[in-house]
Design a protein around this ligand. Structure first.
Ligand SMILES: [Zn+2]
Length: 325
């Protein structure tokens, strides 16, 4: 494995400083690292493991101990479910079978990726270990959705929420990965503070197209007769959810532009944003933004996509005219 992509921001995160504090006092038996950003949680695990064994505890990523972690060669470090799939009870049983065996060094670390994908039976199995924890073992649970964890498991682990990162930090991180500034700007704005999501967006060539389509939609939506055509334009997008993400980022910038156009985040489309902003009142933009968020929520719940987008477009139209009159 090469150096983690998000090493710097994760090392500077509040979550990591909480754990680092515990390294000094002695690590606890169980931690639950909570974040919807699975990629960042995976890298956070690497960072934590390296910090535990690194000669400097920083970690440095250069010493022999750090390299062992990066190469997966530390015999005291165990991972389960790196593919982020369902975890069967026998998988967990195998994983924990050696938990009472003494470590080669001073401590063993067990990492369970997407522990919230464990069913109740597996979680109860885990609970047995939590109830009689071996002194030299720490178990880390990566959790995307806290609701997926049993209260009994949660209560025995220390919960650490992985930070959401500000757009500037994400922008800078992507820039150091050699990504061009315009893409960094798009990806950081659509990332919801998630490093992994930002990186995936930056790797996807479709986002520039999503911006063009969203701007076009806001420009062309003038009367109810436009809705059907624009509706199908939305569904030409590969990922309607991503399209709505982009739309909401543009709307947020239009709201900002109402106050001060120099604060617009999306510099690469600042001219478009300024031109569009005159067509909508501040109230209309705020209402439309709410409607977009509501549509994103509905799509995530698998509510009929065509009806959802249709109703969103009518809302945009209505708001635009209501506040103009
Ligand atoms: Zn090191």
């Amino acid at each position: 494995m090469s150096k983690p992509l998000f090493f710097e921001p994760l090392k500077a995160s509040r979550a990591f400083s909480l754990l680092k504090n515990d390294f000094g006092k002695g690590l606890g038996h169980a931690y639950m690292i909570v974040s919807p950003d699975d990629d960042a949680v995976d890298e956070f695990f690497t960072l934590v493991a390296a910090a535990v064994y690194c000669e400097t505890h920083e970690p440095c990523l250069g010493c022999a101990e750090c390299r062992k972690i990066l190469n997966g060669n530390n015999g005291d470090v165990f991972h389960l479910n790196e593919k982020r799939d369902k975890i069967k009870v026998e998988d967990l049983q195998n994983f924990l079978s050696g938990v009472n065996v003494k470590p080669i060094g001073e401590r063993k670390l067990y990492f369970i990726h997407r522990a919230d994908l464990m069913n109740a039976q597996s979680q109860n199995k885990l609970l047995k270990t939590f109830e009689e924890p071996p002194a030299d073992v720490t178990i880390f649970l990566g959790v995307s959705n806290e609701a997926g964890m049993l209260e009994t498991v949660k209560s025995r682990a220390r919960t650490v929420y992985l930070d959401t990162f500000d757009a500037q930090t994400i922008y800078n991180t992507l820039l150091t990965l050699g990504i061009d500034p315009a893409t960094c700007s798009v990806a950081s704005a659509c990332s919801e503070g998630q490093l992994g999501k930002a990186y995936r967006i930056a790797q996807s060539p479709d986002y520039a197209e999503l911006y063009r389509s969203a701007i076009k939609l806001l420009k062309m939506l003038n009367r109810s007769g436009d809705v059907a055509a624009l509706d199908s334009a939305v569904f030409m997008q590969k990922d309607v959810g991503a399209f709505l993400d982009v739309l909401s980022v543009i709307l947020r910038d239009m709201l900002v532009a109402k106050e001060d156009s120099s604060l617009v985040l999306q510099k690469h489309i600042a001219t478009d944003i300024e031109a569009l902003t005159g067509n909508f009142s501040r109230h209309a933009l705020a209402d439309i933004l709410l409607a977009v968020n509501e549509a994103r929520r509905k799509l995530s719940l698998n509510v009929n996509a065509v009806a959802t987008v249709d109703s969103l477009l009518f809302t945009i139209l209505e708001e635009r005219h209501k506040w103009q009159s």
